[in-house]
Design a protein around this ligand. Sequence first.
Ligand code: SF4
Ligand code: SF4
Length: 407
Amino acid sequence: MQTALADFIRDTPEGREADAILRKCVHCGFCTATCPTYLLLGDENDGPRGRIYLMKQALEGHEITDKTRLHLDRCLTCRACETTCPSGVQYGRLLDIGRKLVEEKTTRPAEESVKRRVLAEVLPRRFLFAPLLRLGRLARPFLPPALAEKVPASVRAAGKWPAPRHARKMLALAGCVQPSISPDINAAAARVLDRIGISLVEARGAGCCGALRFHLNYQERGLGDMRALIDRWWPHIEAGAEALVMTASGCGVTVKEYGHLLRHDPRYAEKAARISAMTRDICEVVEAESPLLEPLFVKKGGRIAFHPPCTLQHGQNIKGVTERLLARAGCELTAVPDAHLCCGSAGTYSILQPELAGRLKANKLAALASGEPEQIATANIGCLAHLQSGTSLPVKHWIVALEERLN
Ligand code: SF4
Ligand code: SF4
């Protein structure tokens, strides 16, 4: 595609990156076939090709309207379009640049701005989110249904975290909302790795990976969260931690991009690149060690439907690994149609775009239930909480399901 970026952005790092991405797009439209919002709404501007065109116009200096922002807001950032595109268009990177520009050039209605601000202030701060969640659970019976469904009815106990005893050490990211909603996930990961000779530890004070604020378009604050996390992790890396283990694929995709996001920061570029290179999703770590783990499985079966989060299958391009591990542990994986489509969780999307998110959740739950599983497993806390709010089937992280099959 030919481009003529406006003077205000052409010679900036963002302008150069956006230009290179736009030029790769041949406007073929293959990506529209796998875009969840296009499939729901049938509007070209709610598909990747249309959104790319809207961002191109914005970058070329045309008028940016509330309608431009609406179509970008409706994008899930699921990146299904990226894994479909035959030309290698990095839609996610273009969207970061496009959204920042559109945010700067338009004004949101006050109610929308307040909502986004509250999410950006509360969710990344565990000391605010945890008591609010506890309060929400107490008040759940009295909340309006739309709000009540956002509050998990119960929280699975974490269980014991094994004391570090192995020479091999890896760092886990505690994250922001995960320890309050599902503290069992990292504890289960620590116990599984402990069985195969790896001690998993969490760095004190290490919280949000920065994705939350970054994707709410507080990009500078998101980058600040990333720098703060690097500072917390760095002493552990210098002390010999061999990998950074992500149990939330949404955080994983972001930390794997730290090197890119902080590449122009002279103080952090090198550290960020090293951290991205050391980052592994928990399924990558377990798969690498699976010969040690396999003799420990009691193959007791059980039908599981696995939902691969977009941040795992499209963002990190990890496909089939978790499914293989669950199958080796004796689980019977049920067939799930349209597994490439987003469940509608998408970070704060389910709160900001409840109507679309609700339709995507209903479609996803119907697909997951179609093989009559006994439980649903996934790999990201957002998907887990979103899906659990719409089904009576237990929805858990796959590492928790895997641990249940260890002797
Ligand atoms: S993003 Fe890729 S698939 Fe979509 S229109 Fe452009 S070249 Fe085609
Ligand atoms: S990221 Fe997902 S929702 Fe957004 S344009 Fe691509 S496929 Fe569609």
